[in-house]
Write a protein that binds this ligand. Structure first.
Ligand code: DHB
Ligand code: MG
Length: 630
């Protein structure tokens, strides 16, 4: 697959954009005219800079309001085009994009447009360039690729071809099958963008909310399958207008772009819908199947480790082992494993130094850890290795949110061999102190608002997690966007939270405390009322929930009065959906903002979104610096 991306898709100045695009492994770049105009380099210099970075210029764009004009504007448009052809020669690219006209002066008429393009074809031939015509979804007369194709067909000039753009076609619901009858040599380039389904006018939707395949809701893979059916073997070029990408990291966005194209093409191949066999050197292994979190690792230091251990013991964990060679302690409860790492060197220590006490790693139980690792590498995840002691188990490891680690733990290792190999297990560990916690229900990671789409694509493409519709959760300091991703049997649920406001707890977690990372872990109990009793006898303080909340619960649901009374007194939150009931409690946050949640599900599928504003308001009251006093 030949991959390209438009400079408009990422942040930075032209040099930064080109460096990021080249580093991510793209073969080519679309130069957006504004990026060129704003550059202090000549066209020849820019061309050289592109080639020095190892890239080609796939396209120069856009050229607006060309076709169907009356005189004298028509002649002026042709003159303008000639000037741009000269610039293209200096840049060293042979393809320009003309998007369908928005001009109030344009006269319309399919033959008039075709004649204009045919005449321009002659001028293009003299300049040795080609012209691609694209239907903008909001074009005045031409806003459908089928009409654009008819104009190109009637222009009947070898220098005039069609440019397809998935957003313009899919946003209008145009059937992708109509692409299959277009001759491949008349498709000059194919632009790719996905988008979330939004009820917006087409122009605003396109200019602000486009995103990458795998991040949105449009049937981009059907569109690409139709393009493949023509035998097209040119560039797939990402053209993403997106406010978050404009504010994000150029390198990250460029890597995400390549990841997204590799991901959709892999899906097409897996479904037998791509024509050209395995064009990448090695095809990707199938999506990595996980059965959930195997263990949670905290990085801390010798001074803070004991209070974390005390907290774990108070919620039913017992000390289960000591690492044979490192300052790492193992805690267990049923099948749950938590490790506390107080090493003074290595990854966990660096993580502690940078972030304070934090969840520096998650172990994920994988059906096939080696395959999962190979897939992650094909999808450009960063691998991680550090020295291991003699006889110690080593897991394939990749970098996740905020530089934290994801250990890919073979399923068969999750409970047995690994721990005995690395740890001196405590004899007779005993379950006597258990609080009935049985699994990690979900992990919530707080990230920068601009990075939510990036991590969504990461989890979706590598681990086959499905994103649920994003939610906006009110925090006293602003709205928090919450994106839940889960695997098929919901044994792994990841929540990504991010906010644009700087005053939310999420924003403060990222800016003042830990940085992007795990803000809370939710453990699942089989009987939350019993868990609450155990926690109470261990003196664990729960987040107090306002009485108004319980009055409302009483009004909305038929909860038995005795049960509701216990919930009121202890701070158990409640929700219900078609599947059943949900109970939640929150522990008070640690100094860095990390906190533990405990839930019980009785068939319920969600994550208690309705309760999140109550919890956030309460937590904010307990962390009052969140709201400036004035
Ligand atoms: O939003 C626009 O104007 C615009 C310009 C050029 C394109 O290729 C496109 O898809 C949109
Ligand atoms: Mg386009």
């Amino acid at each position: 697959m030949k991959t390209s991306i438009a400079t408009v898709s990422i942040s930075g100045d032209l040099a930064e954009k080109l460096a990021a695009i080249a580093a991510a492994g793209f073969g080519a770049v679309e130069i957006f005219e504004n990026d060129f105009l704003a550059s202090d380099r000549s066209a020849r210099d820019v061309g050289r800079m592109v080639r020095d970075a190892g890239l080609e210029i796939s396209l120069f764009q856009p050229f607006r309001d060309f076709e169907g004009l009356p005189e004298p504007q028509r002649t002026r448009a042709f003159d303008r085009a000639k000037r741009k052809f000269e610039t293209m020669n200096e840049l060293g690219t042979d393809l320009i994009l003309i998007c369908s006209s928005l001009s109030p002066l344009a006269l319309g008429g399919i033959d008039r447009a075709a004649e204009d393009l045919a005449e321009l074809g002659e001028i293009a031939a003299a300049a040795n360039v080609r012209v691609g015509y694209e239907a903008l979804a909001w074009g005045r007369f031409v806003n459908d690729h089928r009409d654009a194709w008819e104009i190109v067909r009637r222009a009947d000039h070898p220098r005039i071809g069609l440019i397809l753009d998935s957003f313009h076609s899919l946003s209008r619901g145009i059937d992708s099958q109509s692409i299959r009858s277009i001759p491949r040599e008349k498709i000059f380039i194919v632009q790719i963008a996905d988008a979330p389904r939004l009820d917006l006018d087409l122009l605003s939707w396109s200019r602000h909310y486009r995103n990458m395949p795998g991040q949105g809701d449009l049937p981009v893979s059907d569109f690409m399958a139709a393009v493949e059916a023509t035998g097209y073997d040119g560039y797939y070029s990402l053209e993403i207008f997106n406010d978050q990408f404009r504010a994000g990291s150029p390198r990250q966005t460029a890597v995400d772009g390549r990841r997204s194209l590799i991901y959709v093409m892999d899906r097409l191949k897996a479904e037998g819908r791509a024509m050209k066999g395995p064009s990448e050197a090695t095809p990707l292994p199938p999506p990595a199947r996980t059965s959930g979190v195997s263990f949670v690792e905290f990085a801390t230091d010798a001074a803070s480790g004991p209070s974390l251990a005390t907290l774990l013991e108070a919620i039913g964990f017992h000390h289960a082992g000591r690492h044979r060679t490192k300052d790492v302690e193992l805690y267990a409860q049923g099948d749950l494993r938590v490790v506390i790492n107080t090493e003074t060197e290595g990854f966990a220590h660096s993580s502690y130094v940078v972030h304070g006490t934090n969840v520096c790693a998650l172990g994920l139980r994988m059906a096939d850890a080696d395959e999962a690792f190979a897939r992650s590498q094909g999808l450009l995840a960063s691998p991680f290795r550090q020295p291991v002691g003699p006889g110690e188990r080593e897991f394939a490891t990749i970098r996740g949110v905020g530089g934290s680690l994801l250990y890919l733990v073979p399923e068969e290792d999750a409970l047995g061999p690994q721990w005995a190999a690395d740890f001196e297990l405590t004899a007779n560990g005993g379950e006597s102190g258990s609080a009935g916690l049985v699994a990690v229900d979900h992990v919530a990671q707080t990230v920068r608002f601009e990075d939510i789409l990036s991590w969504t694509l990461f989890y979706r493409s590598i681990f086959d997690l499905t994103p649920l519709p994003p939610l906006e959760v009110p925090d006293p300091g602003g709205l928090v966007l919450s994106q839940v991703l889960e695997n098929e049997d919901a044994s792994l649920r990841i929540v990504l939270n991010g906010s644009q406001s700087t005053r939310t707890l999420s924003a403060r977690f990222v800016s003042q405390f830990v940085g992007p990372g795990v803000q809370h872990v939710a453990f699942r109990s089989l009987d939350i009322f019993a868990t609450v009793r155990t926690l109470a006898s261990n003196g664990v303080a729960l987040l107090p929930i306002p009485q108004n909340y319980y009055d409302d619960l009483d009004a909305r649901f038929d909860i038995a009065p005795e049960t509701l009374e216990i919930m009121r007194q202890t701070g158990i939150l409640y929700d219900r959906d078609e599947g059943g009931e949900y109970f939640q409690i929150y522990l008070k946050a640690l100094d860095g903002g990390f906190f533990i949640e405990i839930v019980e599900r009785r068939g319920y599928r969600g994550l208690g979104a309705a309760n999140a504003p109550i919890r956030l308001a309460t937590q904010t009251r307990q962390t009052p610096a969140g709201i400036p006093a004035h």
